[in-house]
Design a protein around this ligand. Structure first.
Ligand code: ADP
Ligand code: MG
Length: 352
């Protein structure tokens, strides 16, 4: 029943609006510390001032419930990931991420969920001095979409199209951990508890390689972030650059957990190489998604520069092969023999 001292009932459409504005005020609007943000949340659009001599770099990435995350996913981790995947796109271009917009569809105004989500998102934003300058909030099946705006000195973007024949191919960090964690969660493989915890962090809390991407400006000839798996993603560089590549599978950096799985599979000889664990281990390394490492190319004359960039960015990088004039991707083992079957990268629209 309506209480006597309560405000008069309002047009339900207006009430919904009020709720939405209150939500935005409570969860998204914060003091702004970036002088380049002339106008942040609260107007029809944000106004920012890019630095002189810089180009603006834009990317957007969407996380859909049931597709990219499960309904019971920790909202704080989701907040982290929604921004992390976008920061990773900036890293892949060599850009400095600066401003973000958040479009969210939420099934209800769940205050606790939102508070946790923004805690995760803002913790990462603060580390990279990224300011949330706007967004859109609506009711609907849960879907979080972050737009990122970055900048870099004019003409220095590292694209996918710049790889040259004989360039070295590198990856940062290690590959396959996120997929291995997922396999463990799904019960397809069993791992020691401590190892599983570390891998799970890689899956749920990816660290974008922003410092490395920026350090590689003017050094890398092409780059992208590995979100769908090495073979598929490197394939994008090869296609865009009109070249091929030869990789040494033994050189591809892997965590100790994945190394053990691979070694065990190979130790079994021909028979074991046909079995499921061998297939899984190789798929993690070559086609595992969600690692958000950088894969990039650079001329052999730049090896010392690459090493310095890696040191400056405090990020390990490993040389795993070379660009070839012969098109296509070949991966060979320790003996130089080509792998017969390459695990396929993840594709949301793949058929069959
Ligand atoms: P409009 O009516 O112009 O679409 P909105 O009511 O959607 O404006 O949003 C009001 C203000 O709040 C805008 O500045 C918008 O950028 C900001 N905003 C809305 N939702 C979000 C969100 N999820 N995160 C950050 N800012 C938001
Ligand atoms: Mg709007």
């Amino acid at each position: 029943m309506q209480r006597a001292d309560a405000p008069a009932p309002v047009d339900p459409k207006l009430a919904r609006k009020r709720g939405e504005f209150a939500l935005i005020e409570r969860h998204f609007r914060r003091p702004i510390h970036d002088a380049a943000v002339r106008l942040g949340i609260g107007d029809d659009a944000a106004v920012v001032a890019p630095a002189a001599g810089c180009e603006v770099v834009l990317a957007v990435d969407m996380l859909v419930e049931g597709r990219h995350f499960l309904p019971d996913t920790d909202p704080e981790l989701l907040g982290h990931k929604a921004l992390a995947v976008n920061l990773s796109d900036m890293a892949a271009m060599g850009a400095r991420p600066r401003w973000a917009l958040l479009a969210g569809a939420l099934p209800s105004a769940d205050e606790a969920w939102l508070a946790a989500f923004t805690r995760g998102l803002f913790a990462l934003a603060d580390r990279y001095e990224v300011t949330l300058v706007g967004g859109d909030t609506t009711r609907g099946p849960r879907n979080l979409c972050v737009t990122i705006v970055g900048e870099l000195p004019t003409g220095t973007a590292i694209t996918r199209a710049g790889a040259h024949v004989d360039d070295d191919v590198y990856v940062s960090g290690s590959l396959g951990d996120a997929m291995l964690a997922l396999a463990a969660i799904e019960g397809r493989v069993t791992l020691p508890a401590a190892e599983f915890a570390a891998l799970r962090t890689r899956l749920e809390r990816p660290e974008p390689r922003v410092a490395l991407g920026m350090a590689l400006r003017g050094i890398a000839s092409a780059a992208l972030d590995v979100s769908d798996g090495l073979t598929g993603d490197l394939g994008h560089i090869l296609d865009a650059s009109g070249v091929g590549a030869a990789l040494d599978v033994t050189a591809i950096p892997r965590s100790r957990a994945l190394a053990r799985l691979i070694d065990a599979a190979f130790a079994g000889g021909e028979a074991a190489q046909e079995d499921a664990s061998h297939e899984l281990a190789l798929a993690c390394l070559l086609a595992g998604g969600d690692d958000y490492e950088l894969c990039f190319t650079a001329a052999p004359t730049r090896r010392a520069d690459v090493a310095r960039a890696a040191r400056d960015a405090d990020t390990p990088v490993t040389r795993i092969g070379a660009i070839t004039a012969q098109r296509g991707l070949r991966v060979h083992d320790a003996t130089g023999a080509p792998l017969r079957v390459l695990p396929r990268a993840f594709d949301h629209f793949a058929t069959g």
